[in-house]
Design a protein around this ligand. Structure first.
Ligand code: CA
Length: 251
């Protein structure tokens, strides 16, 4: 059960979503336009966002970018009336976790929400452990990658990375085993679980976003080394051996 923010200008769709989400035990916040959507992102403390692409005022793409900037940890599913791959790619660049194309089946959307929420949930054993963990174990090293999956935090050369759920899943997979090549289908599996809907192209887009964030963090820390994620042509991706990487599964 989560606090779901629905940003959608069509009242009929909001109504249907409200009924289905409430029936599943979720709390629903509603915004009929981008401006009130942004206000609720800032003040409503949503734990999940369903975001329409075409909105009056601030559009869905812009709002998704703002959401990623303000609350990178909140999963978002975009609703779109268009079914063009370019829109999907553009949305993924902004960090949407999944897509549903209108007209959609509410039942299918509920299944997608459950799948995204499942992927993004903290391991049950670590919830509430933050206060107990000693502060000394928290300090990230000055070199390479450091990921704490329990805290869902990642650092690169001491700089904290602001990652989406999907990016965190990818970087922790690659970083945990340097020089192990992961194929696109393998990485897709880490992202999507049983959802067969999303294409392998999504993996490439998430990797491109990750590389950009890693380069920016390295530059901010004064390191000019090449990107640690290598493309293995025709296969997939791997983490370069010479860049240190540590992935902690739990505290
Ligand atoms: Ca709309």
């Amino acid at each position: 059960m989560v606090r779901v923010l629905v940003v959608e200008d069509e009242e009929g769709i909001r109504e249907v979503l409200r009924q289905y989400l409430t029936a599943e035990g979720h709390t629903v916040l509603e915004a009929p336009d981008g401006t009130s959507g942004l206000a609720l992102i800032r003040l409503g403390n949503p734990e999940f966002v369903i975001l329409d692409l075409m909105l009056p005022g601030i559009d869905g793409f812009t709002l998704c970018g703002e959401l990623r900037r303000l609350r990178p940890e909140v999963p978002v599913i975009m609703l779109t009336a268009r079914d063009h791959e370019t829109d999907k790619i553009a949305g993924l660049r902004l960090g949407a976790d999944d897509y549903v194309t209108k007209p959609f089946s509410p039942r299918e959307l509920m299944a997608r929400i459950a799948a995204v929420a499942r992927r993004s949930r903290r391991p049950a054993a670590t919830v509430g452990d933050d206060a107990k963990r000693p502060a000394a174990a928290e300090s990230p090293p000055a070199d390479g990658l450091w990921v704490d999956l329990a805290d869902r935090r990642a650092f690169y050369f001491g700089q904290e990375l602001s990652l989406t759920r999907s990016e965190l899943a990818l970087i922790s997979t690659l970083g945990a085993r340097a020089m192990r090549t992961y194929t696109r289908p393998e990485l897709l599996e880490r992202l999507r679980g049983d959802d067969a809907e999303v294409t392998e192209r999504a993996v490439d887009v998430h990797i491109a976003n990750l590389r950009k964030k890693l380069d920016e963090a390295a530059a901010a820390a004064g390191f000019g080394a090449g990107n640690p994620i290598e493309t293995v042509w025709g296969l997939g991706y791997r983490w370069r051996e010479e860049v240190a990487s540590r992935v902690r599964a739990s505290g």
